[in-house]
Design a binder for this molecule. Structure first.
Ligand SMILES: NC(=O)c1ccc[n+]([C@@H]2O[C@H](COP(=O)([O-])OP(=O)(O)OC[C@H]3O[C@@H](n4cnc5c(N)ncnc54)[C@H](O)[C@@H]3O)[C@@H](O)[C@H]2O)c1
Length: 449
């Protein structure tokens, strides 16, 4: 199948590369010409484990190409996957102007009928607007379009594996023809017939569920799923606060809770809360959609409020431990919103830095992948070459991202580098007993530190 991917950010790049990996001919485009130039010259503008290998192989086998001209990309594909950003507007609603922009180009440049698929996360009923826009903008050409929704559930950091081994593929369609076309595209994934670039021997798992719905339902599934997971994190954080007051241990509590299959262990980690380009904005857009539809979804607002408070709770802990923050040298480990990515969009670490700078702290930060991006938005702090450098002369060392690398540090060495051996672990990455044994004063969330 010939596929065009519009928008080559995290989702578009993984989508394009994985579709090429399973045998399709894919052309990717983006209105950021610098990004396309980087890709054309063999570079990759994002850090995503394993993606470089998939892209290199697909390019070598001439199944994947990048082009600056959206018009050219539109002509190339029978199916067009829209993967552009849908950032939040100041009122919380999703900004759909990039989708509208793409609709105009597709409608005016297409020379033959196309299946236009929304992969970007959009509020329910966007598909209907997209269909209307395509028909309005193609008034002069008379080309017809089908619209479908195919929400993406990949997680940054494990995106290639998630894309190729999904637990479900959701397609929102209006007719059998679109469903057939999408099933053909996903057939190798559904039948697990591809040469897996992630595993030499793929772990046994049930076949992905093929879920066919209306377009409205598919759009709703994505927002409802992300908002539910965000709520789960906020719930765990409230239980952590309670555990702290009662002298219980949040790790013990959530471990046992998660063993109940009705609850599940994922997304129950206590700490600094969620960030990234999905949960915060999707939660906001879902609240906005509910309000506009006359549904009072206050519980989602609470999940958001609780999440925002996590930074304040952490700063309180820092203040309690340091007494005065102003003028203190603080080391920060982790800037990315989660490990194995360089993505700092809505990262709790960025919020934390702003809060600490306001209090007058001097910050030296380290992240294995996200420092280049962080320097663009946080030019006012120092950046360390290694985690050890971040600890030098620090009166406190903070952990804001649970990179595995941090777990494995030589903590004796860190102890010797610091002006005061004080760790505030915003991700409950380390063990209180071990840190105490090493001579640290150690604080985390919801545990008997
Ligand atoms: N990042 C994730 O983990 C994830 C997971 C699932 C779904 N999503 C959703 O997928 C969508 C994309 O997310 P992302 O993280 O890849 O965003 P991103 O910002 O990394 O990528 C979006 C890309 O679209 C390009 N773009 C914007 N307007 C364009 C236009 N008019 N024409 C061509 N290109 C245009 C941008 O230059 C950018 O490269 C969002 O709706 C997001 O909510 C993201």
């Amino acid at each position: 199948m010939k596929i065009s991917v519009i928008g080559t950010g995290y989702v578009g790049l993984v989508t394009g590369a994985c579709f090429a990996e399973i045998g399709h001919d894919v052309v990717c485009t983006d209105n950021d010409t610098a990004k396309i130039k980087t890709l054309e010259s063999g570079g990759i503008p994002i850090y995503e484990p394993g993606l470089d290998k998939v892209i290199a192989r697909a390019r070598k086998e001439k199944r994947l190409s990048f082009c600056e001209s959206t018009a050219q990309a539109v002509s190339a594909g029978d199916a067009i996957f829209i993967c552009v950003g849908t950032p939040p507007l100041p009122n919380g609603d999703a900004d759909l102007s990039a989708i509208d922009h793409v609709a105009r180009i597709v409608a005016t440049e297409a020379k033959s009928p196309k299946l236009v698929v929304e992969k970007s996360t959009v509020p329910a009923r966007t598909g209907q607007e997209l269909k209307r826009a395509l028909s309005v903008y193609s008034r002069k050409t008379g080309i017809s379009f089908q619209v479908a929704s195919n929400p993406e559930f990949l997680r940054e950091g494990t995106a290639v594996g998630d894309f190729l081994h999904p637990d479900r593929v959701v397609v929102g369609v209006e007719d059998e023809k679109a469903e057939k076309q999408l099933k053909e595209i996903y057939r190798p994934v559904l039948e697990k017939k591809f040469d897996c670039p992630v595993h030499s021997d793929c772990p046994k798992s049930p076949d992905p569920a093929w879920v066919v719905t209306t377009i409205n339902s598919a759009e709703l599934i994505k927002h409802a799923s992300n908002s539910f997971l965000a709520m789960k994190i906020s719930y765990a954080n409230m239980v952590a606060d309670l555990a702290e007051r009662l002298g219980a241990d949040i790790g013990e509590v959530t471990r046992a809770m998660g063993l109940d299959p009705r609850i599940g262990g994922a997304f129950l980690s206590a700490g600094l809360g969620f960030g990234g380009f999905c949960f915060p904005k999707d939660l906001q857009a879902f609240v906005f959609l509910a309000e506009r539809s006359g549904v009072d979804f206050t519980m989602l607002k609470e999940a958001e409020r609780i999440n925002k408070q996590r930074i304040d709770r952490f700063v309180e802990k820092i203040r309690e431990a340091l007494w005065v923050i102003r003028g203190k040298q603080i080391g920060l480990l982790g800037l990315a919103f989660k490990p194995n990515t360089d993505d700092i969009r809505f990262a709790p670490a960025v919020e934390l830095v702003h809060a600490l700078l306001e209090e007058g702290a001097h910050i030296r930060a380290y992240d294995p992948q996200a420092m280049e991006r962080a320097q663009e938005v946080l030019p006012q702090i120092e950046y360390a070459k290694t985690a050890y450098d971040a600890a030098v002369n620090a009166e406190a060392l903070l952990i804001a991202t649970e990179w595995d690398e941090f777990r494995k540090l030589d903590w004796n060495r860190i102890h010797d580098e610091m002006a005061r051996p004080l760790i505030l672990d915003g991700r409950n990455l380390l063990t209180p007993k071990e840190m105490k044994h090493l001579g640290f004063e150690y604080h985390s969330f919801g545990r008997r530190d």
